[in-house]
Design a protein around this ligand. Structure first.
Ligand SMILES: C[S@@+](CC[C@H](N)C(=O)[O-])C[C@H]1O[C@@H](n2cnc3c(N)ncnc32)[C@H](O)[C@@H]1O
Length: 373
């Protein structure tokens, strides 16, 4: 009995076949990277609220910096968690900005119920398009994506620093980065082609609908980060950092970062797992989505469909490029590299992932995930 099967997506304007699977039969599966699209729902907000490591680090930082200060909470979400935490910690006033109208409405209700309507003002809209009566002392946000900048943290927080926060004001989080590790997909999935569990299909449809057409959307790989045994059989190298985002320093939303991964074991190199590291406060240990269970999941960047055989000591050298898409907020990503093996010449490999680009079924990975009708 094959564990994956073809299902159909009701994508805008056309039906799209997609490879799906039953969750129970697949230890490792795919999800859409959704945080960079306006498709948050109760389930997504709930997963973030239940992420104890994330909640603990943010609560500590907010309690430390908010007392006596004016605060901007960018992307407050329906629960207004950091706006409420700041008010409870003694912030003088909080501006809570949220772009999804329904989330802003529920946030307003929650704030009223909690008795903080006089100290928290909910502003519906994009932080990049609002004005505040005066710059604030501190800005808290959690718009960190599956890749550090994929939800627009680089451009959004640079804009906040320039227009909405006082010079020298504090930004929480302090720093983010994307971290890459070499992956053996076949070992990760125990030979099964990776697929979307059926409950994920509606998110894929929603991402397609928000962009207006099907495209090769960014996918994340679930089930690897949480389990040391799965990590051991999947990851083939140490991790290297790219896309550094210094929210309290020189913030660079675009750039090119060089990195190198050395293989530590034999296997088939199929691509990279790209996770995010997040330092919520300056002296915190980072949250690391490559090796810790969390509400962030590593992106899978496919490089070779069949997997290239590698041995310990072989190297993958690459440049990781972040450029702003034409919406001015969400980055497009590209990676160009060379696999250096003791046996044979270097092999060029590349990957790209746009926020809302045109390409559909452009590579073997996506042709297999979305087979042509
Ligand atoms: C990852 S959720 C975080 C929600 C909540 N702050 C938390 O930490 O649980 C990000 C939220 O930010 C909103 N958002 C993202 N960018 C925004 C922006 N520039 N201005 C206003 N809201 C934004 C999204 O709609 C979403 O509700």
């Amino acid at each position: 009995m094959p564990r994956s099967f073809l299902a159909e997506l009701a994508a805008p304007g056309c039906k799209v076949p997609v490879r799906a699977c039953e969750l129970e039969s697949s230890p490792v599966w795919l999800f859409a990277s959704i945080g960079e699209y306006p498709v948050y729902d109760e389930v997504a907000y709930d997963a973030m609220i239940k992420d104890e490591r994330r909640m603990g680090a943010y609560h500590d930082a907010v309690r430390r910096y908010a007392p006596g200060r004016t605060v901007l909470d960018i992307g407050t979400g329906q629960d207004a968690v950091w706006a409420l935490a700041a008010a409870r910690a003694g912030a003088r006033h909080v501006w809570a900005v949220e772009v999804i109208p329904e989330s802003a409405r529920i946030a307003r209700e929650n704030i009223k119920k909690a008795g903080f309507a006089d100290r928290i003002t909910v502003v519906e809209g994009l932080s990049t398009e609002i004005e505040l009566p005066e710059p604030v002392d501190m800005c808290v946000s959690e718009i960190i994506g599956t890749l550090a900048g994929s939800e627009g943290a680089g451009s959004v927080l640079r804009d906040a620093r320039e227009r909405l926060v006082k010079p020298g004001g504090v930004l929480i989080p302090h720093r983010g980065a994307t971290a890459a590790v070499a992956l053996d997909l076949e070992s990760a999935t125990l030979g099964e082609p990776p697929a979307f569990p059926t409950f994920v299909l509606r998110y894929v449809e929603e991402v397609f609908a928000s962009v207006g057409r099907p495209f090769d959307l960014r996918v994340v790989i679930e089930g690897v980060q949480d389990d040391p045994k799965v990590r051991e059989r999947s990851y083939m190298s140490g991790a290297a950092e790219v896309e550094p985002l210094e929210f309290n320093g020189k913030l660079r939303p675009e750039g090119v970062d060089g990195a190198e991964l050395t293989f530590t074991r034999e296997g088939r190199f199929s691509g990279l797992a790209l996770g995010m590291r997040l330092w919520v406060a300056e002296d915190d240990e980072p949250i690391d989505s490559l090796v810790q269970p969390s509400s962030w999941t590593p992106v899978y960047a496919p490089l070779s469909e069949e997997g290239l055989p590698v041995r310990p000591g072989d190297r993958f050298e690459f440049e990781f490029t972040t450029t702003m898409s034409d919406d001015g907020v969400h980055p497009d990503y590209a990676l160009v590299g060379r696999l250096h093996r003791a046996s044979g010449p270097a092999v060029p490999l590349s990957w790209s992932s746009t926020h809302h680009g045109d390409g559909f079924r452009e590579t073997p990975f996506y042709r297999s995930l979305f087979p042509a009708p």
